[in-house]
Every structure is written in C-alpha cells, then in structure tokens.
Design a protein. Structure first.
Length: 91
C-alpha cells in the first residue's frame, strides 16, 4: 500500500530527542520528501511495525498522521515552487 506520513513534535528538551528518533524510524521505512513528511510503499506488516514503534515513541502533545492508500499507486502529485521531486529516485 502507498503511505504518506507527517509529524509535528513539540520542541521541548525531550521533543528534540523524540524528533531525531522519529526521523530515523521513518527513514528506515519511507522516503523523506519534505521537512517532517515521508512517503512510500509498505506492506501491511511494515505499516503495523511502523505504527507500533511510533506509539512507543510519541507523547500526547505530539502529532503523527499516517495516510494509507490501499492501492499500490501513489495519488496524483502536483508540485509548486521548488519542484525537485525527491521521490524520483524510487526504484
């Protein structure tokens, strides 16, 4: 399935550490496309593993949004401004 993930972490002392860990976690599963936004293809077990890791990491004051598309194709993407497509290196 195609997944888009974005997060917003409260930037207090603990939040700096959480943000760094969350960035690393997301980078293992997905492609980093913009600040705190990731996208990519995952199977169901990878999505569940990612979700479980996120639940253990984030706090109630943090926000993570995960969009799942049951189709294998990504949604239509329109880019404006800096249009360098970071996802063009997908194999």
């Amino acid at each position: 399935m195609y997944v888009i993930l974005m997060y917003d972490i409260e930037m207090d002392k603990q939040g700096v550490k959480i943000r760094k860990k969350l960035f690393g976690l997301c980078s293992r599963y997905l492609h980093h496309i913009q600040f705190s936004v990731f996208e990519g293809q995952l199977d169901r077990s990878e999505v569940r593993a990612l979700e479980n890791s996120i639940r253990q990491l984030v706090r109630a004051s943090d926000s993570v949004i995960l969009f799942e598309n049951i189709y294998d194709k990504p949604p239509i993407k329109k880019m404006f401004g800096n249009t360098e497509d970071q996802t063009s290196n997908f194999i």
